[in-house]
Write a protein that binds this ligand. Structure first.
Ligand code: ATP
Length: 309
């Protein structure tokens, strides 16, 4: 009877373990990144290999921990969506994807004790129910160090807390920390006439500059947290500032979303009307691809014949 019970429990466990998980296909992730993620060759490569290695390892020795860095609108949340839709059937709407936005979920510094306790409990419960859970922390730079430290035990090698193993979970941190450093290096590269696609983590000491900024930025919660000293983040991933040609690609995608025919001239116009920096050369989009949909909708609306009052 015990054997039957154990077998039944294992079937039920396997069912819940699989529930909502897609069979992982690195080719599909590669195509998705190639078709929908613009101007981010470094992030694309690191995400593809890190997620593929992790998802195909039946016994990882630690959870996957990624930290995305870049200025606003460069695609950090967008990349999370792409990862989620390649892991779960319901993508980011899966009940196993848990997103925390610092200023929304943890707005009061003085309540850090309570938030830490709740967060630990939520992570513990979610992973004990479903080991392949995903946790996204947005606005990481604003997160109280005490909260960052609360997550730490879950990120460690062979992490096991109260009998639950966290080795199959995915943690992704999003922040603007080092965004300006990344933009500066990309601009230097452009000014030297070098091809953007040849910029890699080891070019121009990009990786060193990013880590120095993350480790020393007084405004970053990371500075005061021991996640860094313990090397628990697997990859710090730079998101480069986007150029006009990438914004143009975003406009074309939004045309499809809004069900309007693809119009190359309109794409040029909308992309060209976004603000760019630096002031003299105007190379990189100040807001990345953020608010492209709204700008496009405005353009379309302004072309419609107006009702006379
Ligand atoms: N590299 C990109 N490739 C394709 N689309 C992009 C890219 N970057 C941004 N977008 C589009 O712009 C929208 C806004 O970008 P997203 O929210 O991912 O930026 P973010 O880097 O997370 O910004 P923030 O730091 O302000 O949160 C996305 O939903 C997506 O439609």
């Amino acid at each position: 009877i015990l054997d039957v019970f154990v077998a039944a429990a294992s079937v039920v466990y396997t069912y819940f373990e699989r529930d909502d998980l897609l069979p992982f296909d690195s080719k599909r992730l590669e195509e998705d990144l190639g078709e929908n993620f613009f101007g981010q060759h470094i992030a694309s490569n690191v995400i593809l290999s890190a997620v593929s290695l992790f998802m195909t390892d039946s016994n990882p020795n630690k959870p996957l921990v990624l930290s995305f860095h870049g200025t606003s609108g460069t695609g950090k949340n967008h990349a999370v969506k792409i990862i989620a839709r390649n892991v779960y059937e319901k993508g980011e709407d899966s009940k196993h994807v848990h997103t925390y936005i610092t200023m929304h979920h943890f707005p009061h510094k003085e309540m850090a004790d309570l938030y830490s306790a709740q967060l630990k409990q939520q992570i513990h419960e979610s992973v004990s129910r479903f080991p392949r859970s995903m946790f996204i922390f947005d606005e990481m730079e604003k997160m109280h160090p005490q909260l960052i430290d609360a997550i730490k035990p879950f990120l460690d090698y062979n992490a096991r807390v109260d009998g639950v193993s966290f080795r199959k979970a995915i943690f992704i941190f999003l922040s603007n920390t080092a965004g300006n450093v990344i933009a500066g290096v990309t601009l230097d590269y452009w000014r030297e006439g070098l091809c953007r696609e040849n910029l890699w983590m080891n070019s121009k000491e990009l990786e060193i500059k990013i880590s120095e900024k993350i480790f020393n930025d007084e405004n970053s919660g990371f500075l005061y947290s021991s996640i860094i000293d313990k090397h628990l983040v697997d990859h710090y991933i730079p998101f480069l500032p986007l150029e006009l040609k990438h914004v143009r690609q975003c406009v074309l995608v939004e045309m499809a979303h809004l069900n309007v025919p693809q119009d190359s001239d309109l794409a040029d116009e909308v992309a060209g009307n976004m603000p760019y920096f630096p002031k003299e050369e105007k190379i990189f989009s100040l807001k990345g691809c953020k608010s492209v949909r709204q700008k496009l909708a405005l353009h379309i609306d302004s072309q419609r014949p107006k009702l006379s009052s």
